[in-house]
Design a protein around this ligand. Structure first.
Ligand SMILES: Nc1ncnc2c1ncn2[C@@H]1O[C@H](COP(=O)(O)OP(=O)(O)OP(=O)(O)O)[C@@H](O)[C@H]1O
Ligand SMILES: [Mg+2]
Length: 288
């Protein structure tokens, strides 16, 4: 299968030619496949936000290419514009970027830019609001009357309303409580499934990434040292620790139990729910 979105030899040098010159991406090859759920993980300052801001043409590469459906997005003005519509980007703390008078208008901002008909805009606003769990009566409120978690939903709905093929979210759950976090992760999953969309989720949390994604891409000091399924990536536990990342605690416990000879069949224990399942299996086997 061809990637839907890809970078080849992507380099980003900030403030080139000044004493503040900094290489944030160093020949990065990244791929996302149609319908895939990709998690990007890395310590602070590793280059995650820089990478994703290249994926919809917000930043222009210092060197290398960004390809959408195999075509360089920087080929023409029209192709960069198209990339912005097809690849939706939700920034970190997007609630600070709400500015319209009503929630409705805020969500409608992107679709309006796409020059869609009023009816189509209305359909998309209502559908996107539904996706993120905003009620009909909240649409006419000022975004500033909402709670932090609700504002975050409005911002996500604004990008979803553009119906992007690829939806990228930069730490969408940062600073939310566990219930709000789970709700937003479920909303993202719903969007992926109903639109057959590709999702790219940037996160600091291995637990969150492991439970959500098909594939993890690790970013460290401007490069991608490795990527793969959660199981493949967690087999690099020593390297991850050196990068300050570590694997989920519960995964570590189960890796250790297996090393001690416990007959744990499934080595994909990433969450408490997985752990409970694995322990029940053990009991069923009459061994625990
Ligand atoms: N506009 C800029 N000008 C100069 N340097 C920058 C700029 N933006 C980011 N950097 C630097 O580039 C590097 C990568 O930054 P980036 O924001 O991509 O990291 P990140 O992985 O998203 O970090 P975090 O997890 O904290 O969000 C950092 O060293 C950062 O200081
Ligand atoms: Mg960032």
């Amino acid at each position: 299968m061809e990637p839907i979105l890809e970078t080849r030899g992507l380099c980003c040098v900030y403030s080139q030619g000044t004493p503040f010159q900094h290489t944030a991406l160093d020949h990065v090859d990244f791929q996302a496949y149609p319908g895939e759920y990709v998690g990007i993980i890395g310590h602070t300052g590793s280059g995650k936000s820089t990478l994703i801001q290249h994926l919809n043409g917000l930043l222009k590469p210092t060197d290398g290419q960004v390809l959408l459906h195999g075509k360089d997005i920087w080929e023409s003005k029209a192709s960069v514009r198209q990339a912005k519509f097809h690849v939706g980007l939700v920034f970190q703390y997007p609630e600070y970027q709400l500015f319209e008078e009503t929630v409705y208008q805020d969500i409608a901002f992107g679709p309006k830019n796409m020059k869609l008909s009023t009816d189509e805009i209305d359909r998309r606003v209502r559908q996107a609001a539904g996706f993120v769990g905003l009620r009909e009566d909240q649409l006419q409120k000022s975004p500033f009357e909402l709670s932090g978690g609700q504002k975050r939903r409005v911002a996500i709905a604004g990008v979803i309303a553009m119906e992007p093929e690829v939806l990228i979210l930069d730490e969408p759950t940062a600073g939310l409580d566990p219930a709000a976090r789970d709700a937003i992760l479920a909303n993202i999953r719903d969007y992926q499934q109903s639109n057959n969309a590709t999702i790219i989720l940037v996160s600091h949390s291995m637990e969150e990434v492991a439970r959500s994604v098909d594939r993890i891409v690790v970013v460290n000091d401007a490069v991608i040292p490795f990527s793969g399924t959660p199981r493949e990536v967690f087999s690099h536990s020593d390297e991850l620790r050196k990068m300050g990342l570590g694997i989920p605690q519960v995964t570590q416990v189960f890796q250790r139990l297996r090393e001690m000879g416990m007959p744990i069949e499934d080595d994909c224990v990433y969450t408490m729910e997985d752990a409970v399942k694995a322990l029940l299996e053990l009991r069923k086997g009459g061994r625990a």
